[in-house]
Design a protein around this ligand. Structure first.
Ligand code: CA
Length: 139
């Protein structure tokens, strides 16, 4: 995983740079994904515990942070409970917080944020909320 904003971050996260995540500029999930695409990447996809812990170290202070996981496929987000990543990689790993994903209060929540709850796991949320975000490029 190459986190954008840093030249050579590798999957084991041996090289860290807090500037790689966009924690101060809050964006909706869609705005965040567009921003990542303008940088030549996508919102980060996560495929292992190790990658997840790496992203956690980047999100200093653990604000709620958009990652590329979404329900129904970018950009339509229409198919309910069919998870994928905006970078097209397989949705083969997750770290849902307890009781998630839940479409809370019956409202559809198609976008995934990390650092949710005490365990810093994942929550599905409405995409319009403004959160921190982290972009990556896989190759
Ligand atoms: Ca939720």
């Amino acid at each position: 995983m190459h986190v954008l904003g840093h030249t050579d971050v590798i999957r084991d996260g041996s090289s860290l740079d807090p500037a790689a995540s966009d924690l101060k500029r809050l964006r909706s999930w869609t705005e965040a994904e567009r921003h990542c695409q303008s940088l030549g990447g996508h919102l980060a996809s996560v495929h292992s515990w190790k990658e997840s812990r790496f992203l956690e170290t980047l999100t200093v202070g653990s604000p709620l942070t958009w990652i590329g996981g979404n329900d129904g496929g970018w950009p339509e987000l229409t198919k309910d409970r069919s998870w994928s990543w905006t970078d097209g990689s397989g949705f083969n790993y997750h770290e849902w917080d307890e009781g998630e994903p839940n479409n809370y209060n019956g409202v559809r929540e198609p976008c995934i944020q990390m650092n949710a709850g005490d365990q810093h796991r994942w929550n599905d949320d409405v995409c319009e909320k403004n959160c921190a975000s982290v972009c990556s490029r896989n190759h």
